[in-house]
Design a protein around this ligand. Structure first.
Ligand code: GLU
Length: 511
């Protein structure tokens, strides 16, 4: 049998910002497409007008672009199977709902919301759950329980109706999931889900299955929360006579809270200080801001690597994968069944690794951008690169480059009191005064020149080097942190070093 071209889709509903679980679904779809030289499609599922949130669609597209998971077809990307936004496809679906009614696989229901509500309450009072399905449907207000005349009369008078799927209670629905294997369910236990609503719009189920068919989707990869919809979707393919074109299904395991107890939520992110959305999101109603990976300083490559390992693993020790390497290595067989815990420390670790891999020259611009926002002029690009090389290893994010190197750009005004207490005394004060005179006479502050000459001076003078170096660091940095003191001196340059020592001698005068 010839293999089908791989066509996969990411089909989010624009109901708010995209959770990282959604971005992972997009990623796995993208990877399967790339691996098989297939097509990755973005379809916007906005049939539920009540849940529409302005800006969400743009947010989804921007997130995909940021992560480098760029669709080949879809809303804002074009393609031959459009339109790709379901609200623009509204006119397509009615025909398919009608087709199912005609073949006896669906029926019209005229029950009012009040009637259904009453039924639900009656059942509840008997500690039972009302299910609109094969056991009760014949007795309700629908086309199965009325004459042809009555039905025609209702339809022509414009009475509001919905179309429901009619499950055959005798049927056992057999589903195959690429991750979970075979799953069976008895159709008699299922409710006759609404396919078409009184507002003239299809429900998610009808639109989703019809569009997957029309767009020739070969694999449906989505979150496990959609597994309960699978029996209906499989039954719909059968009812339409589309079994030959039915996609293969893969339901991805959940992303769990760091402690493994339940699904990762925005609240977990707020509590643990990590984002759960790719980009920052401002809620259009409340104005509340939710943090994003991009704004928190994550590189898109790191974010993609983090997401890939939530559910998938390569079966080897390798942890760092570029998008191109992932596209090579990915397979659905290596996606596990059980949920994966989100580990915020591991997320930082990934970003740290990607930061280390960036050439220093590439980090000059992002660090200079931080400086210019603070009104600080950057140093020469040679010195900027040197600073970056000195502090990079202690940094996880670009912003850490700034916090680790602040003292290069801002002369200390204050001195860490703890360090002063421990390291500053009459002896180092007097020794520093002599050292200052020695340094004034030095022409070359290159670390490889200055280091041996200062050391031999210290030796000649019989100063103890440790305490003096600590005090010198306090003068130059204002604290006890930072890279090697001679590297610092070289970048600051002679004038600045002398000035900083003079300042400290003045401000930390010993009476
Ligand atoms: N619109 C659904 C969602 O928001 C799509 C589920 C699917 O991929 O079938 O996740």
């Amino acid at each position: 049998m010839p293999t089908r071209p791989v066509r996969v889709r990411f089909a989010p509903s624009p109901t708010g910002p995209l959770h990282i679980g959604g971005l992972r679904t997009a990623l796995f779809n993208y990877l399967l497409a790339r691996k098989n030289k297939g097509t990755f499609i973005l379809r916007i599922e906005d049939t539920d007008q009540n849940r529409y949130v302005p800006g969400a669609e743009e947010y989804i597209i921007e997130s995909l672009k940021w992560a480098g998971i760029v669709p080949d077809e879809g809303v804002s990307f074009g393609g031959d199977y459009g339109p790709y936004r379901q609200s623009d496809r509204k006119s397509i679906y009615k025909k398919y709902a009608d087709q199912l009614v005609e073949s006896g696989n669906a029926y019209y229901c005229f029950d009012t919301p009040e009637e259904l509500d009453k039924l639900r309450k009656d059942y509840e009072s008997r500690k039972e759950t009302f299910v609109y399905g094969s056991a009760v449907r014949e007795g309700l207000n629908n086309s199965l329980s009325m004459s042809r005349e009555e039905l025609d009369q209702k339809l022509s008078s414009g009475t509001a109706y919905v179309v429901r799927f009619r499950f055959d209670p005798a049927e056992e629905i057999i589903m195959n999931d690429l991750i979970r294997g075979e799953v069976k369910v008895q159709a008699s236990t299922l409710d006759d889900k609404v396919l078409f609503k009184s507002d003239g719009m299809p429900t998610y189920h009808l639109a989703n299955v019809t569009d997957d068919y029309l767009m020739k989707i070969s694999h449906v990869i989505r979150g496990e929360e959609w597994l309960p919809s699978l029996p209906l979707h499989v039954a719909l393919y059968k009812a339409f006579g589309w079994e030959e074109s039915m996609p293969q299904f893969a339901h991805l395991p959940l992303i769990l809270k760091p402690d493994g107890k339940g699904k990762l939520s925005k609240r977990d992110g707020d509590k643990g200080g990590f984002p759960v959305f790719p980009l920052e999101w401002k809620d259009p109603e409340s104005g509340d801001i939710s943090s994003g990976y991009r704004e928190a300083g994550y590189f898109p490559e790191a974010c993609v690597n983090i997401l890939a390992f939530l559910g998938w693993n390569p079966g080897s020790e390798q942890e760092l994968f570029s998008l191109a390497e992932l596209s090579e290595a990915f397979s659905l067989e290596k996606v596990g069944k059980s949920g994966s815990k989100f580990d915020p420390d591991k997320a930082r670790w990934y970003n740290h690794q990607y930061l280390q891999m960036k050439p220093d020259a590439e980090l000059v611009k992002p660090l200079s951008d931080i400086l210019s926002k603070k009104g600080i002029t950057a140093l020469s690009s040679r010195n900027m690169e040197k600073i970056i090389s000195l502090v990079k290893e202690r940094s996880d994010f670009v912003n850490d480059l700034w916090t680790q190197s602040e003292f290069f750009f801002i002369r200390p005004e204050q001195y860490d009191p703890e360090v002063v207490k421990k390291r500053w005394n009459n002896q180092v004060y007097l020794q520093l005064k002599e050292t200052l005179v020695f340094l004034e006479e030095q022409a070359d502050f290159t670390s490889s020149i200055l280091e041996p000459s200062l050391k031999s001076f210290i030796e000649k003078k019989e100063f103890s080097p440790g305490p003096l170096m600590n005090a010198l660091r306090l003068c130059l940095v204002g604290a006890s942190k930072g890279p090697g003191i001679f590297d610092i001196a070289e970048i600051l340059g002679k004038d600045e070093v002398l000035l900083r020592i003079e300042n400290a001698l003045h401000k930390l005068k010993i009476a």
